[in-house]
Design a protein around this ligand. Structure first.
Ligand code: CMP
Length: 139
C-alpha cells in the first residue's frame, strides 16, 4: 500500500551539508518527498518528540543533540514507505548498517546517526502530525 512516513535529517548531517545526498538516496529508492522544512528544535520540542524514550539512559544526550543545530523534517511517500525508509536508513547503529545505507555511508555513531524514520503506521501518523498540518502535505 502507499504509505507516508516521517523522516528527520539530524544535526550531524545538516551540519555536514548532507541533506541533498540523503534526499538522493530516498528518491533513488522510490520515496517521494511530499513535505519538507528546515527547523531548529527547542530542547522542549525535541524532548516531546522523543518522549517515548524518556526513561532511557541516552534521553538527555538525544534531546540535547536534536536541539543543537537545525534539522530537516520531511514526509516521504511511496509503496511500503515506512519499511522502505528503514531499509534505506540502515540499522540504528552505523557499525551494524548494511553497505549503501544512509547510516553506513554518513552516520557518525549510534547517537549521531544522521536520520530518524517512523517505525510503524501509528507512529508515522503521530509523528507527521507533530510537525506538519494537512495543508503542508502535497502528494
Ligand atoms: P532514532 O531512530 O531517531 O530514535 C531514537 C534515537 O535514540 C535513535 O535513533 C538513536 O539516535 C538514539 N539512540 C539509540 N541508542 C542510543 C545510545 N545507546 N546512545 C545514544 N543515542 C542512542
Amino acid at each position: 500500500a502507499i504509505e507516508r512516513t516521517l523522516s528527520i535529517i539530524k544535526p550531524d548531517a545538516t551540519r555536514r551539508n548532507l541533506t541533498g545526498k540523503i534526499n538522493a538516496k530516498f528518491e533513488d529508492a522510490g520515496l517521494r518527498i511530499v513535505a519538507q522544512k528546515r527547523i531548529h528544535l527547542s530542547p522542549a520540542q525535541a524532548g516531546q518528540f522523543y518522549v517515548v524514550h524518556k526513561d532511557r539512559p541516552f534521553y538527555g544526550e538525544l534531546v540535547e543533540f536534536m536541539a543543537s543545530e537545525p534539522v530537516v523534517v520531511q514526509v516521504l511517500e511511496g509503496e511500503n514507505a515506512i519499511a522502505k525508509n528503514r531499509e534505506v536508513m540502515g540499522a540504528t547503529n552505523p557499525a551494524q548498517a548494511d553497505a549503501g545505507t544512509i547510516r553506513k555511508d554518513f552516520a557518525l555513531s549510534v547517537g549521531e546517526n544522521s536520520v530518524h524514520g517512523s517505525d510503524a503506521p501509528e507512529t508515522a501518523k503521530e509523528e507527521i502530525a507533530f510537525f506538519f498540518s494537512g495543508l503542508e502535505l502535497v502528494g
